[in-house]
Design a protein around this ligand. Structure first.
Ligand code: HEC
Ligand code: HEC
Length: 325
């Protein structure tokens, strides 16, 4: 009788232990993969803040736009951060360099933002440094902070990995890109990237077209999303910067509707290399490391708990045997 009672208690204890254990590991996983929603929010605002906010853009040109004459675009577009600072965040030193169709001569935000605090960036966006660079009448405070947070923590410098002449990804893994694309993107965009068609630089584009003509826009939107859609994004999937480039490399091989030798539309000059500072640019990567860290801590804990439970089981069996003898 007594030993049966002990056995029941032991089993109960074991079941209870397993429940606690699975809960703990689950939590550790969730904690590790939990993402910071200000990052994709800020990135959407950077792309097109009036679309992200669902408001009408201001009338006329952004006042700062009038300081240049090389880029003759006008109106709503001149209010987008990306029109002046670029999809690669490097303004005149990146893809929108002199000779490109998008050249304004305006500086990039990368790597300058690495030298600023998020408060200082909010001040820049509120016209406290340059009164004409004031978005505070249009963008709510919380969103200015999200923008600053995105700029401070999540910019990726892909310079070393994209050929400045051909726009092809250098050193990527196309097979990995194909696997990622097919598991996450194909259900909406189609296996050939052509199911959803959108407008790019006045043309009808598929993902293949965009990947060849503007790899930086492709990467920004793949990593952080595009305003007005509930797209699956690399950031939420915990993709590293390299995984994003692997997908880009694969999509560059999909049908694009372009002539094989057609040269990129953004110009031919080689951009000057920009230093890659250690921390912020690798943020997506460190995010994933943190996730794995949490996971392994969880597994470590599970192992200890498992050994402990086996020990408890042994003690129970030993006690039952002792009783029988
Ligand atoms: C019409 C062009 C234009 C637009 C649109 C624009 N900027 Fe700027 N930005 C500039 C220029 C030019 C500078 C250089 C400093 C100055 O004159 O304000 C600058 C400076 C900055 C800086 C400071 C970089 C440093 O040196 O620390 C940040 C950050 C910045 N912009 C972010 C943004 C964000 C975010 C948006 C969108 C909400 C945006 N900008 C929209 C032209 C623009
Ligand atoms: C749930 C459906 C869905 C999934 C899954 C999805 N997308 Fe999208 N994606 C969209 C929609 C809708 C658009 C907006 C198309 C438009 O502008 O009309 C879009 C736009 C884009 C754009 C921007 C096009 C432009 O305007 O420059 C890129 C790049 C892109 N997707 C890449 C991806 C990649 C890479 C994946 C896989 C990680 C993915 N998408 C997964 C629905 C999806």
């Amino acid at each position: 009788m007594k030993s049966k009672g002990l056995m029941k208690a032991g089993l109960l204890f074991l079941v209870f232990g397993l429940i606690v254990l699975s809960g703990w590991v689950g939590q550790a996983q969730a904690r590790g993969l939990e993402q910071d929603s200000d990052v994709p929010r800020g990135a959407l605002l950077y792309d097109n803040w009036y679309a992200a906010l669902g408001v009408q853009p201001p009338q006329g040109n952004m006042p700062v736009w009038e300081r240049q004459t090389t880029n003759t675009r006008s109106g709503a577009e001149t209010w987008r951060c990306v029109s002046c600072h670029g999809w690669d965040y490097q303004g005149k030193d990146g893809a929108y360099r002199e000779g490109s169709d998008r050249y304004t001569g305006f500086p990039g935000v990368y790597p300058a933002v690495t030298q600023r605090t998020e408060e200082e960036i909010v001040a820049v966006l509120s016209g406290k440094v340059d009164p004409q660079h004031d978005f505070s009448p249009y963008i709510p405070e919380a969103d200015l902070k999200a923008l600053a947070h995105f700029l401070k923590t999540s910019l990726v410098n892909d310079n070393e990995y994209i050929d400045p002449k051909t726009f092809k990804v250098l050193g990527g893994d196309a097979a990995n890109g194909k696997a990622l694309y097919e598991s996450q993107c194909a259900r909406c965009h189609g296996a050939d990237g052509a199911t959803l068609r959108f407008r790019f630089e006045g043309r009808d584009a598929t993902l293949g077209t965009l990947a060849l003509l503007d790899p930086w826009r492709f990467l920004h939107k793949t990593r952080f999303g595009t305003p007005g859609t509930e797209m699956v994004i690399g950031y939420d999937l915990g993709w590293t910067a390299q995984q994003g480039r692997d997908v880009l490399l694969y999509v560059q091989s999909l049908p694009s509707g372009l002539e094989p030798q057609q040269s990129p539309s953004l110009g031919e000059t080689v951009p000057s290399p920009v230093e890659q500072p250690g921390g912020p640019a690798r943020n997506v990567f460190t995010g994933v490391l943190t996730a794995f860290g949490a996971l392994f801590t969880g597994l470590g804990f599970a192992l200890i708990l498992g050994v402990f439970l086996i020990g408890v089981l042994f003690v129970i069996v030993w006690m039952i045997r002792g009783k029988k003898q």
